[in-house]
Design a protein around this ligand. Structure first.
Ligand code: SF4
Length: 382
């Protein structure tokens, strides 16, 4: 009913001794639904054909395993490492491009083998929007600064496409933006740039010339506030160097290039965090960028448990969860406080099916025998 998506209060599922506050917006986005639909339709319409996915369709292990169980094979892992050589492909094969998109180099390679990439391209329109934005500022001779994770498929695709049109450089966070600023101001020897930003700048990048005019775009799933802070910071560096009256000549107004789903899910987490709760649970794939950012937001306020699915909830005492900082799964005991009601915030990333969130809620509810049933509770929302 909130068509303008202005209301970010979470939905309360009141089980009595357990209260779950579900983020107003969570889970699957348009791009992911579209990609999965195309993948399954492709399987249905092409019996007997070999179907490959360039890499993971999305960053969710269940969805990827489901696709594999339908016979789809992955050509690369999520870091771009080749699992099946392109030499093994032939013109009769189908190769699906994932929602993150891919590089022109790979597209050309597939086209040379005789594999048409347009029909089975699931690149999300919001990712393409970033590519178009990059191209348009490149036409005005701005260098493209991409805020993103250098190894992420989407950033690699955006970087390679941006590099076709203009010098490009990836900054992964504010710390790197601050280092880039030192080269803009001429405070650091140019020679250091090439080591410091190794594998993050385009061919023939000229530090002295190519940092005079810049514009910032981002990997669509970065934290909106981080991208905004980086863009504002680099803009202020340009203003200090060239003067406010010529700002537009040195800094392109790109506004943010986050997708709506990332924005909505992040805003919904901020809204959810206004609730006084005991802990937060974020559900999604451990290598999912947008999910990690939801975890970071929750961690600022609460004990937060990043889990893949309901199996991570081992018992009322133990939970197995991913530590973003140590980059490993860890077991935590006594994660549920012994008080009533226990208040838990729950959200999930854009690549997490709702059925997994439902299974997580059911598993937690099952830890409290005798409470209101899920069916009774959900009937109130019908
Ligand atoms: S998170 Fe956004 S950009 Fe990424 S696939 Fe979903 S809608 Fe597209």
């Amino acid at each position: 009913m909130d068509k303008m998506k202005k209301d970010f209060t979470p939905t309360l599922l009141d089980f009595g001794p357990l209260q779950i506050f579900l983020a107003r917006h969570f889970g699957f986005c348009y791009g992911v639904e579209n990609a999965i639909e195309i993948a399954f339709r492709t399987v249905e319409e092409n019996p007997g054909k070999r179907i490959f996915l360039l890499s993971e369709m999305i960053h969710n292990p269940q969805v990827n395993a489901d696709l594999q169980s339908h016979g789809i094979q992955f050509l690369q892992d999520t870091y771009g490492k080749q699992l099946i050589s392109f030499d093994e492909l032939n013109a009769n094969d189908i190769v699906l491009i994932p929602a993150f998109g891919t590089t022109p180099l790979i597209e050309n390679k597939l086209n040379e083998i005789g594999i048409a990439t347009e029909k089975y391209n699931t690149t999300c329109p919001f990712v393409e929007k970033v590519w178009n934005r990059s191209e348009s500022i490149a036409k005005s001779n701005y260098t493209i600064v991409i805020h993103g994770k250098p190894g992420h498929e989407e950033t690699r695709a955006t970087f390679s496409r941006a590099s076709v049109h203009a010098p490009s450089v990836v900054v992964k966070d504010m710390r790197q933006a601050e280092e880039l600023a030192k080269y803009i101001r001429g405070e650091k020897p140019v020679s250091l740039f090439y080591e410091e930003f190794k594998h993050q700048y385009s061919d023939s990048f000229n530090v002295e010339k190519d940092l005079e005019k810049i514009g910032v775009v981002n990997q669509t799933t970065m934290l909106a506030s981080d991208t905004q802070a980086i863009a504002d910071f680099l803009k202020s560096v340009m203003i200090k160097k060239y003067g406010a009256e010529t700002t537009n000549d040195h800094f392109a107004d790109t506004r943010d290039t986050l997708c709506y789903a990332t924005n909505d899910n992040q805003s919904a987490v901020s809204g959810m965090l206004n609730t006084q709760a005991d802990l937060a649970i974020v559900v999604g794939g451990y290598n999912s960028s947008n999910t990690s950012h939801l975890v970071e937001l929750c961690e600022q306020k609460l004990h937060t448990y990043f889990i893949r699915n309901e199996e991570n909830i081992i018992s009322q005492r133990d939970i197995l969860h991913y530590d973003l900082h140590a980059k490993q799964e860890i077991l935590t005991s006594n994660y549920l406080p012994s008080k009533e009601p226990v208040k838990i915030l729950i959200t999930s990333g854009a690549s997490c099916p709702d059925s997994i969130v439902e299974a997580v809620i059911k598993k937690i509810a099952g830890l409290y025998p005798g409470i209101r049933t899920m069916e009774k509770l959900t009937s109130e929302f019908q």
